[in-house]
Ligand binder design. Structure first.
Ligand code: 26Q
Length: 795
């Protein structure tokens, strides 16, 4: 279609959907008009896909997740529909700056980090592959908080993505379910009846998720909470206006905010309400769809595959049993069996403090019937497995990991190492009982967003050399290996990286006022702040390097820019201190006229998907330095490798598999292994010993402790230093010397520009396996038992 026709459609939406004249239209208006125009193009394939799934009575995948970190949608849709040229030309014709319009879209930040972004990549891959799927979650009014810095300290402000209209969603007033809480259970003719004390309405909002080339689209269905009776007319008529609106306000609280806590045990009643709210609504929707298409409930596991994204929707087990047994009268054992054959559980963490547990008291108050069913599920499991000791209900707590495991057909980890550790640690007993249940599915990322759209220069070069088949068959990147000894290819590869770095440097200058040199190594660590991720190891090494440069400023240092980005949970004090420290160190180093030409520290605030898309293509070095055994997988690590950054990292999560694939020569390994970590913790005073053995570490810590970076408050970092020299659970001190060694090897390697570029290109060429398309095919084969999809049908 010519871009002139596209232009008229944009104008039509501007005029009739937005009611604006072109002369008066703002960038917001243009973005909305463009978005509606693009959305129209998705709608037909979306309807076709749904009709095909319905008519074919196809098995569907239901991905239940508290988080979908989808970011901006316009550019994603434009790229997948291959409308980029047309859209740009049409906007140019209209005298509108396309890039500026795209940039006005707020990020849909309905997630904290890795788990939520993985869900978004999975939905896109499911659409690209053409597998019928629905993602179910919560339509949070406020996504993850907005981060600002005040004198280097993190401040949180509410995020407000829905203050503008959301161009991509379709409200479904006809799809609504009443969700109950509290109340009582009684028996009637041998059947349990739950009479909840309060009700909330879950109402659906659908966003189409378009796959590559637009030939299939799936649905992201997000539930909004509202009151069954939003308004108390009697109170209103009595002049009590605030009281009159109260029922609505209370009910809406459930979908008000995303919990910003991906670490510590969290906020009880409302969180549990959120979990039950979206899980219960989703299951009702799933059963209603099944019952429209089939009349034999025994077919349920053949037609329905439900994936629980961590334990957050784990109440799905007892709820599905309740819907089958209590509400449909199916015998209890048969109900459990049916439910279990539909449900699967993905574990994303082994950190004990992040494993969900609910007190029996709270569960009994909010979900009395479910608590009783959990006890019965435990009995059922015990009957089938005599001698077993693991239960979901124990010491007055409901353990959601155990519940999910017991109720799942398959349980999966997200990297090879993580899956093995699951078998050996948290789930060792259950694994012994059910040795076939745990499987591995190493994470992946969608190449459409994380290469094609975010790194157009690398994409153009790649397509020029190997054609564009790589976009939905990422292992074709291996064909770039034929080019890594071609100087013309290497020149073009390094020119693309250089141009990306120049773009980033210009943005840093504009938005932060700091000048950075695109010739310097861009060394990037971007992820949520957590002790196990060890941003403090990175900043302590930065301090040590700074001290060494000051000792010897005329030596031939390799210039570096250390870039950090990421948010700390608002209640996580230690993580916030690390942010403060990084900013304090940056302030001192960036102002040092002796060292700043060699070393700078940059920390742009408010890390989100859009910022990741800006940073990753410009990276030379990817920091993946978690304490071995703690990072379940990582997915940023994959995005960096694909975009030609070399990794400095530990043998943790998917780093292990990245290193195996890109080759040990193209990866800077350091640190203890997961087994050595366990050993080391047993050494008395391990941190103090490490500090005593490494004068560089001792000197860096002394500078931090004595207030070199916080002269206005010299004691500011006593706590941080006391931790790293004392308990140091995450072994920052014990891994420091080896980290320093690896970093100096990085310095030396970077100076050999040709060899570095070749290693970077090999990282791209050998990372094709980390596509989420590959991951999804793994789930289809090993977990969901789905062999038919559009991709298979046409293959
Ligand atoms: C739990 C209870 C109460 C409030 C919040 C939470 C909560 C919220 C988010 C717990 C965990 C999370 C998120 C976890 C997460 O992002 N895990 C990451 O998942 C990625 C995808 O598998 C992995 O790559 C990362 O290694 C893992 O840390």
């Amino acid at each position: 279609m010519p871009h002139t026709e596209f232009r008229s459609e944009i104008l039509r939406h501007l005029t009739y959907t937005l009611g604006k004249e072109a002369e008066m239209a703002t960038r917001y208006d243009w973005r909305m008009a463009l978005s509606y125009t693009v959305r129209d193009r998705i709608t037909e394939s979306w309807h076709d896909a749904m009709r095909t799934s319905r008519d074919g009575r196809m098995k569907r995948v239901y991905y239940l997740s508290m988080e979908f970190l989808i970011g901006r949608l316009l550019e994603d849709a434009v790229v997948n529909l291959r409308l980029d040229k047309q859209a740009e030309a049409a906007m140019l014709d209209l005298g509108v700056d396309y890039d500026a319009v795209v940039a006005t879209e707020p990020d849909a930040a309905l997630g904290n980090g890795g788990l939520g972004r993985l869900a978004a990549c999975f939905l896109e891959s499911l659409s690209t592959i053409g597998t019928p799927a629905i993602g179910y979650g919560i339509r949070y009014e406020h996504g993850l908080f907005r981060q600002t810095f005040e004198n280097g300290r993190q401040m949180e402000e509410p995020e407000d993505w829905l203050s503008q209209r959301h161009a991509w969603e379709f409200e479904r007033p006809d799809v609504a379910f009443e969700i109950g809480f509290g109340g009582e259970v009684h028996e009637e003719n041998g059947r349990c009846i739950w009479t909840p004390a309060e009700h909330v309405i879950a109402s659906a909002h659908d966003t189409p998720v378009v796959g590559w080339q637009g030939s299939w689209s799936n649905t992201l269905r997000l539930w909004e909470a509202r009151a069954a009776h939003a308004f108390d007319l009697a109170a209103f008529n009595a002049g009590r206006y605030v009281a009159a609106a109260e029922p609505g306000t209370l009910a809406r609280t459930i979908s008000r905010v995303l919990y910003p806590d991906d670490t510590t045990e969290q906020g009880k009643e409302l969180r549990l309400k959120q979990e039950y709210f979206f899980t219960a609504a989703s299951l009702r929707d799933i059963l209603a769809r099944f019952e429209r298409e089939h009349d034999d409930i025994a077919l349920l596991p053949e037609k329905v595959a439900i994936q629980l994204n961590d334990t957050h929707p784990a109440i799905a087990g007892p709820e599905l049993v309740r819907l089958l047994h209590d509400e449909r009268g199916i015998e209890f054992n048969a109900s459990v069996d049916l439910a279990r054959r539909c449900l699967n559980y993905t574990n994303h963490t082994l950190l004990p403090e992040a494993l969900e547990r609910w007190s029996e008291g709270l569960m009994g108050r909010l979900l009395p019937r479910h608590l009783a069913l959990i006890a019965r599920i435990d009995e059922w499991h015990a009957r089938l497995n005599p001698g077993r000791t693991v239960t979901a209900l124990e010491h007055g707590q409901v353990k959601m990991g155990e519940l999910s495991f017991i109720m799942a057909n398959r349980v999966n980890g997200v990297s090879a190492l993580h899956t093995e550790l699951m078998k050996k640690t948290v789930f060792s007993e259950l694994h012994a009982l059910h040795p076939e249940r745990i499987v591995n599915q190493t994470n992946g990322v969608t190449p459409r967003r994380w290469v094609l759209s975010s790194n157009p220069r690398l994409s153009a070069l790649t397509t020029d050399r190997i054609g564009e088949g790589w976009v939905d068959d990422l292992e074709q990147l291996s064909r770039l290996e034929d080019h890594v000894d071609d100087p013309a290819f290497l020149d073009a590869y390094s020119a693309a990286k250089r141009a990306n770095k120049e773009d980033l440097a210009a943005w840093v200058k504009d938005s932060l006022g700091e000048k950075i040199d695109p010739a310097a190594m861009f060394d990037i660590q971007i992820k949520r702040l957590h002790e196990y991720k060890r941003q403090h190891l990175n900043i302590i090494e930065t301090v040590a390097l700074w001290q060494e440069i000051r000792d010897n400023p005329n030596a031939d240092w390799t210039p570096r820019v250390k870039i950090f980005a990421g948010k700390a949970a608002p209640g996580y004090v230690f993580a916030k201190e690390i942010i403060h420290l990084i900013n304090d160190v940056g302030r001192v180093l960036n102002a040092d006229s002796v060292t700043s030409k060699f070393l700078k520290v940059i920390y742009p605030p408010n890390y989100n998907v859009t910022l990741a898309e800006r940073l990753i293509p410009a990276a030379d070095l990817s920091e993946q330095i978690s304490t071995a055994g703690k990072e379940a997988s990582g997915t940023g690590n994959m995005k960096f490798a694909l975009n030609g950054a070399l990794t400095v990292g530990t043998l943790d999560g998917a780093n292990v598999e990245i290193r195996e694939r890109v080759g040990a020569d193209n990866f800077f390994l350091f640190g203890m292994t997961a087994e050595e970590v366990v050993e080391r913790r047993r050494v008395e005073n391990h941190a103090a010993r490490a500090v005593a053995d490494d004068p560089r570490l001792a000197r860096a810590l002394e500078a931090i402790r004595s207030g070199v970076f916080s002269p206005e408050e010299p004691d500011r970092y006593h706590g941080v230093v006391a931790n790293v020299t004392g308990p140091d659970y995450f072994l920052v001190s014990s891994d420091f010397s080896d980290y320093w060694r690896a970093q100096r090897e990085v310095d030396a390697a970077y100076r050999d520009t040709a060899a570095w570029t070749r290693a970077a290109a090999l990282n791209t060429a050998r990372s094709g396996w980390f596509s989420s398309d590959r991951t999804i095919r793994g789930y289809m084969a090993d977990i969901w038992d789905i062999r038919s999809s559009r991709a298979f049908a046409t293959a």
